[in-house]
Ligand binder design. Structure first.
Ligand SMILES: Nc1ncnc2c1ncn2[C@@H]1O[C@H](COP(=O)(O)OP(=O)(O)OP(=O)(O)O)[C@@H](O)[C@H]1O
Length: 234
């Protein structure tokens, strides 16, 4: 459904410090389920995630979404695709201090022109789903790390995106909260959504919620050893 073909990404192209962060990535992310990108620091996980989420363009190669070539589209179309199709959760939750949980959650929906009452209703339903209704009116800076993360997830889901993109979403969470996050992922996967995230966290990679793990090294996908063995001897 989301397809990368021969993707390469250079930083500082044409300069002495030119660096190819991605070097020939072919990858298909199926419609449903949870995919984790893992690999050593600097292997290209975040760069790949930004291309999958249409936040950055590849230097070479093509990106297809539902079969449609989107990598060459002008920025205003990409902005629209991002808003309609993707939700994002970053390592730093990027919540706006001084605003309540519910205000933070409905913020990305303002450009849709939807009525405020409808947005509030949708935001409240998400808060309920993530067991956070009691924090609706609290300023986000007073919430715990796990609560802030759940607000960030609600905000990412407010436009009901098909695809959730998350960069090291459990990096600031202890094991209990990381497991709680995985339960939320399971909910999303069961609804038929696509989740793609980077993670160093063994709690995440080893979880049964995760459908597939893609390993990166030096900007390339490296074959999963377990899979290679299964194919050779299985
Ligand atoms: N804007 C940039 N300009 C120059 N080089 C960059 C830029 N962004 C990333 N890089 C380089 O590209 C490589 C891949 O970076 P990326 O952030 O994708 O790696 P990563 O696997 O996500 O690493 P980490 O696990 O440390 O977050 C790194 O060597 C990084 O220094």
């Amino acid at each position: 459904m989301l397809e990368l073909i021969a993707i390469r990404k250079a930083f500082n192209q044409g300069k002495p410090n030119e660096f190819w962060a991605l070097d020939g990535i072919d990858l298909e992310i199926p419609q449903k389920g949870v995919t984790v990108l893992r690999g050593p620091s600097g292997s290209g996980k975040t760069t790949l995630l930004t291309i999958l989420g249409c936040l950055a363009r590849p230097t070479e190669g093509r990106v297809r979404l539902h079969g449609e070539l989107i990598s060459g589209l002008p920025e205003r179309f990409l902005t629209e695709i991002r808003r309609k199709t993707f939700g994002f959760v970053f390592q730093q939750f990027n919540l706006i201090r001084g605003l309540s949980a519910i205000e933070n959650i409905i913020l990305p929906s303002y450009p849709t022109g939807e009525r405020r009452s409808v947005l509030l209703e949708r935001g409240e339903a998400l808060l309920e789903k993530l067991r956070l209704s009691h924090r609706r009116d609290n300023a986000v800076e007073w919430l715990s790390g796990g609560e802030q993360q759940r607000v960030a997830i609600c905000r990412a889901l407010i436009n009901s995106p098909q695809i959730l993109i998350a960069d090291e979403p459990t990096a600031n969470l202890d094991t209990r909260l990381a497991r709680e996050f995985l339960t939320i992922l399971k909910l999303l996967a069961d609804e038929g959504r696509t989740v793609v995230m980077t993670s160093h966290d063994p709690v995440v990679a080893d979880s049964e919620v995760v459908d597939r793990v893609i390993s990166l090294r030096d900007g390339r996908i490296v074959p999963d050893l377990a899979q290679v063995f299964a194919q050779a001897f299985g």
